[in-house]
Design a protein around this ligand. Structure first.
Ligand code: 3H9
Length: 693
């Protein structure tokens, strides 16, 4: 007894063996953990003094799943199936003692234990779907045998973590034990099992719930139908559904074979590779090479927001949501009133879906203070300016803030277009100035571009990143350049999209290709949604772009019922003959020969131009790493996760192909288009973005 290996320990107390795993950070099922469990189980079973086993974990969580870092590498025994067999086939009862999260392979191991106890704060889940996978160690066959196929479908396709209390209500957990007393309670539970001579319960032998579902095949067709939109483009949800279907219709061992086959298909496919890459990218994005984790941060207890418009209001809600008071400053009372009304309206909408109660709404509103005076921001720890995009006005505001706001505070701008270094010249403390570029609607969108200006201090960066996490955003640190990372890449795409209109493609052709690729909408549908008149001034309109002509004809997007598309009363778009004629006239006037453009060309010119811009962004040091660019595009623009972001997608296509195609399109890409030297070099050397250090 004692240490089994570096990560597993077997202790015996009376007639109970305690097999404990200690493999930070999350006790994932690495080779060492798998070996530790199988060997520990063998020793416990071989030891005549032992009558039952408790499987428990040290640290912050029970086993959080297979070790994702081992995926794609040559497998090393023992396999997860051997681990499970050593538990399920044990002649002595095994009790899983769960705290933190029992996820994926971790829950699958727990499902092979004969009993499960958990503390109230524990959660269980099969989140493999988020990695483009399915639970591949029996989870899809055992879970529905306990919770029933309907709940299992929901769990495996959403990846949700269910609370211990619910788990107990369906028999997934046998007993809830007091917080902080897991070890002693699990031992006591094991003793009870022995004293009561309870059987070696095997989940695989349960059949009632799956048998009952055999008479209801519509469970699956209805589930597919109800979720078709949500699952669009993703392989993993459908594969998970097929596994639950197999659990219902096949004997256990056959079901396991189906699960194995489908798991391997997903594991070897591009989608899962992309989704696993994104899993690590989301964790990597917080790491800033020259701003180490121990960089001092500034306490942010009070925030000021300048501007109560759509952006300012949305930004303020983020802070109120986590209990940080916000003073919102406007120049006019009516703008302030309007802004507060909108915020309240947004919160009240959340009461309809049950996310908030009216008491929550009142509590959050009470954290927001309206003001007409910048002086009221004097004691704020962070001030975010969210007024219209005009450099002179912003500089004036920053100049005033410099006089008013206490030293040590962060002065942030939400600009999406202006040069933050220029804004910073208006203050005597440029080290305090940073960009916090929220995406609209700011209370909903997960992305935050944190923009580091020339003089921004490290504590200001560290604080901004920490705060972003606190308000539930995913933040990417980027540098100053027109459009930063996200909009700069968007612009590169829109240049191609607009050029192709002149060459013969219609907005709906381009939008369809982008939508089918997996984005929520194409560039023209997006423009219609945002409003074509953004930045358009009627008096200055010169009919020199398609957009201008559309605005002049009051085709200003969804809000006017027509833009690039015609909209019905439910805002469903229809290709517009008027727009088509405008485009054709424009093309003729500018001497463009219209031709049929293939879907392939549309996709390649749009997406490869984005990749090329991403490479330039890396070259210039505007983004820290390729995966940060991918995080921006996934979370800010709805790039499909299963394609891993534009830079990961470039790797899947092959950089050589990307460069060759860009060269083939040549002058069509536009007179200002140049291929990124970095992209060209990497292609020539056969490199991939994901290997870039
Ligand atoms: C699976 O189980 C397949 C099986 O069905 C079948 C196999 C045959 N492996 O998220 P955090 C790292 S698939 C390796 O910041 P938190 C993570 O990268 C798996 N590493 O902490 C990070 O490293 P670093 C199914 C992992 O407290 C560190 O741990 N399971 C794994 O916010 C801390 O992570 C899942 O999908 C892993 N499985 O959240 C669960 N998990 O510090 C995935 C984490 O170097 N994990 N790391 O950046 C999670 O959801 C969260 O990590 C968890 C903790 C909720 C556990």
């Amino acid at each position: 007894m004692g240490a089994i290996n570096a990560v597993a320990n077997l202790a015996v107390e009376g007639d109970i063996a305690i097999l404990s795993i200690n493999s930070p950070p999350v006790n994932a099922l690495s080779q060492a953990v798998r070996a530790g469990i199988t060997e520990g189980m063998k020793q416990a079973v071989d030891n005549a003094a032992v009558k039952a086993v408790v499987l428990i974990c040290e640290g912050k969580t029970f086993i959080a799943g297979a070790d994702i870092t081992e995926f794609g590498k040559p497998p090393q025994g023992p396999s997860l199936f051997e681990v499970e067999d050593s538990i399920e086939n044990s002649t002595k009862p095994v009790v899983a003692a769960i705290h933190g999260t029992a996820l994926g392979g971790g829950l699958e191991v727990a499902l092979c234990c004969h009993y499960r106890v958990a503390v109230p704060s524990a959660k269980c889940g099969l989140p493999e779907v988020h990695l483009g996978l399915l639970p591949g160690a029996g989870g899809t066959q055992r879970l529905p045998r306990i919770v029933g196929p309907e709940a299992a479908l929901d769990m495996v396709t959403s990846g949700k973590h269910v609370p211990a209390k619910w788990a107990q209500s369906v028999g997934l957990v046998d007993e809830i034990v007091p917080e902080g007393e897991l070890r002693a309670s699990a031992i006591a539970f094991a003793k009870k099992v022995l004293a009561e001579n309870r059987p070696l319960k095997k989940v695989r032998d349960l059949n009632d719930k799956v048998a009952a579902a055999r008479a209801k095949p519509e469970i699956f067709s209805e589930f597919r139908k109800a979720n078709a939109r949500k699952f669009r483009g993703f392989l993993a949800p459908e594969y998970n559904i097929r596994c639950i279907e197999a659990a219902v219709n096949q004997p256990f061992d056959e079901g396991i074979k189906t699960e194995r086959k489908l798991f391997m298909e997903l594991m070897n496919g591009t989608q899962s590779a992309a989704q696993r890459y994104v899993f690590f990218a989301e964790r990597q994005v917080w790491k800033i090479p020259d701003v180490p984790e121990d960089t001092p941060t500034l306490p942010v207890k009070k925030v000021g927001v300048i501007g109560a418009g759509t952006m300012g209001g949305g930004i303020s809600m983020n802070f109120a949501n986590v209990g940080i008071p916000v003073t919102i400053v406007e120049t006019k009372q009516e703008a302030l009133d309007r802004g507060f009304k909108t915020i309240r309206g947004n919160y009240e909408r959340s009461t309809k879906s049950g996310k908030l109660t009216m008491a929550d709404v009142d509590q959050r509103m009470s954290l927001l203070t309206p003001s007409l005076k910048l002086e009221d921001l004097a004691d704020c720890d962070l001030v975010i300016e969210a007024i219209f995009e005009n450099l002179d006005v912003k500089q004036e505001v920053f100049g005033k803030l410099d006089q008013i706001v206490k030293q040590g505070a962060i002065l942030a701008t939400n600009t999406s277009a202006l040069d933050i270094n220029q804004i910073a010249t208006a203050v005597k403390r440029p080290e305090a100035v940073i960009g916090l570029h929220f995406f609209s609607p700011a209370n909903v969108m997960r992305l935050l571009e944190v923009v580091r200006a020339k003089h921004t201090s490290k504590p200001v960066i560290a604080t901004s990143m920490q705060l972003a996490k606190k308000i539930g955003k995913i933040a990417a640190l980027v540098g100053v350049c027109p459009g930063f990372v996200g909009n700069r890449i968007l612009y590169a795409r829109s240049v191609q999209a607009n050029a192709m209109l002149m060459e013969g493609a219609m907005p709906w052709d381009i939008d369809r290709v982008i939508y089918d690729f997996g984005l929520p909408m194409g560039p023209f549908a997006m423009s219609d949604l945002a409003g074509l008149d953004l930045g358009w001034i009627k008096e200055k309109s010169s009919s020199s772009t398609i957009r201008e002509v559309l605005c002049e004809q009051d085709r200003r997007g969804q809000k006017t019922g027509k833009g690039f598309y015609d909209y019905d009363e439910n805002r469903n778009p229809k290709p517009s003959p008027v727009t088509e004629q405008i485009i054709r006239d424009f093309a003729t006037k500018s001497g463009n020969q219209q031709r049929k453009i293939s879907d392939e060309e549309i996709l390649e010119r749009c997406v490869f131009a984005q990749i090329n811009e991403g490479a330039k962004i890396l070259e210039e040091g505007i983004a820290i790493r390729p995966s940060d660019i991918d995080i921006v595009w996934i979370n800010g623009y709805g790039w499909p996760v299963y394609r891993g972001g534009p830079m990961f997608y470039a790797d899947t296509v092959g950089l050589k192909t990307v460069v060759a195609k860009l060269k083939e399109y040549g002058p069509k890409m536009g007179k200002d288009f140049t291929i990124s030297p970095l992209l060209e070099k990497m292609a020539a050397e056969g490199k991939r973005f994901q290997d870039m250090k």
